[in-house]
Design a protein around this ligand. Structure first.
Ligand code: MLT
Length: 242
């Protein structure tokens, strides 16, 4: 199994795709997606473009949809929620489709959407992600951080490192690029204090300014959910059933 880490979707090769793409946006899109599906959402449909989200979701009855829009860390006017995982309670999401568009995470998903297998990961479902990869043994795996508008995000690369460190305990991996070593080193340094790392990160600072402290505490909890969101058709994620 050959592993590659890309800090942002822009850094992924434009002329190839992996067997398995793992999209990471710890603060907060992939944390929110895993939380919503775990809380009972029927599915999650992701949109790089907000207008497209509004147009497609308009066809759904309000009782069966939730519109989640975030730009710059803040909720988009006209949506039911922003991108806080703490808003994804069972009472709010059970049986509904979450229509979501975020600044980076949904754009990252769009970049790798045509890979054979696309799953999403975060710190909260890291081990579930590792178990999925071990069960499927893909030949090539891309761990793709969402970053921030094309720039590096500490939290996403640290999560890639968390996945690699756990994978290596159970299987032989081939290092596909230098970023794999960088991600492992970053995670090894911060694994016992991920919340502090998040607070130091540029997006973490942005979220603190938006008083999203509780979201960050939630996003920093390792392996609290045993769920893997998997793309069942282009742009539509469901809970993987083993
Ligand atoms: C993103 O897409 O960059 C993040 O999910 C933004 C956020 O929700 O804070």
């Amino acid at each position: 199994m050959e592993l590659f880490v890309y800090h942002t979707p822009e850094q992924t090769p434009s002329d190839s795709l992996p067997d398995c793409a793992v999209v990471i946006d710890v603060l907060r899109a992939t944390t929110t997606i895993a939380t919503a599906l775990n809380a009972g959402a029927d599915s999650v449909q992701t949109f790089p473009d907000l207008d497209e989200l509004m147009r497609v979701s308009e066809k759904w009855s309000p009782e069966l949809r939730i519109r989640a829009g975030e730009r710059g860390g803040a909720k988009v006017q006209g949506c039911d929620m922003g991108n806080s995982p703490l808003d994804c309670t069972s009472a709010k999401v059970t049986g509904k489709r979450l229509f979501i568009s975020t600044t980076n995470g949904t754009r990252c998903l769009n970049r790798v959407a045509k890979a054979n297998t696309v799953i999403t990961s975060a710190i909260i479902n890291r081990q579930a992600t590792v178990n999925f990869i071990l069960a499927h043994q893909p030949k090539t795996v891309w761990l793709v951080g969402s970053g921030w508008q094309g720039t590096f995000s500490l939290e996403d690369t640290a999560c890639a490192g968390a996945i690699i460190c756990s994978l290596e305990k159970s299987t032989q991996i081939t290092i596909g690029n230098d970023e794999v070593i960088a991600a492992k080193s970053l995670y090894s340094q911060w694994q016992d204090n991920l919340l502090k790392l998040f607070h130091l990160s540029s997006h973490g600072q942005r979220l603190l300014r938006l008083e999203q402290d509780q979201d960050m505490e939630y996003c920093a909890q390792s392996d609290i959910l045993d769920i893997v969101p998997i793309q069942k058709e282009l742009g539509i994620l469901v809970k993987w059933e083993a």
